[in-house]
Design a binder for this molecule. Structure first.
Ligand code: 5GP
Length: 194
């Protein structure tokens, strides 16, 4: 998506450890006009899917997921990072390793909000190694629900997550795929579909 790529080129900051900072429009301050365009594009890409719910993970997926949900007219459920001591039979739970902090979290969703009837679009801001998405897919499968697809704002194509998720046969659409980024020169290159 050209608009998003241009914004990443303009305002993205490459940090050590393969981290791309987009705090000025996506992860801290949020540009809602840009989010609306991202929502429309994901609606277009998944127009043929019977999506009745959106699932994301707190915190940084929530803003995008809400704007995407407005296009689909469906509710958003966000998976919560939980203290393991609180986990009981009322929730589906999984473990996710945070890319940015390295910590392993228990992540939960109440059984009230995902059921076997649901057709779910998973939304997140970034895809790196795929841990967050694997965890979210696991939660959906625990509920017996269907993953209709996954919509990502920024995929870092040089990390392994995209390949792993696509190899599972899950439909994954990333609005921008960064193929390489160089901290020393500030250069970012994008992958373009044929
Ligand atoms: P994964 O689980 O795919 O390794 O990483 C995805 C999660 O880590 C996303 O939910 C996102 O919050 C965070 N993340 C991964 N890479 C980056 C990055 O380069 N920049 C930012 N801001 N967050 C990232």
């Amino acid at each position: 998506m050209k608009l998003l790529e241009e914004r990443i080129q303009q305002d993205g900051i490459i940090k050590g450890g393969n981290v791309l900072k987009v705090d000025s429009f996506l992860n801290h301050q949020m540009d809602i006009d840009l989010f609306v365009e991202m929502g429309k594009e994901l609606k277009r890409l998944f127009a043929d899917c019977p999506i009745n719910k959106i699932l994301t993970i707190e915190a940084s997926g929530i803003g995008i997921a809400c704007i995407v949900a407005q296009q689909f007219h469906v509710p958003v459920v966000f998976a919560k990072k939980a203290q393991s001591i609180n986990i009981d039979g009322e929730v589906y739970s999984t473990k996710i390793q945070s890319f940015t902090h390295g910590k392993i979290y228990d992540v939960i969703v109440s059984k009230k909000y995902i059921s076997s009837q649901d057709h779910i679009l998973i939304i997140d801001d970034f895809l790196a190694n795929g841990c967050a998405l694997n965890g979210l897919i696991d939660l959906v499968q625990s509920a017996g629900a269907t993953v209709e697809g996954i919509g990502i704002a920024i995929e870092k194509g040089f990390q392994k997550g995209g390949e792993l998720i696509r190899a599972k046969g899950v439909r994954l659409e990333s609005l921008a795929i960064v193929d390489s980024m160089d901290e020393s020169t500030g250069t970012i290159e994008f992958r373009h579909r044929a």
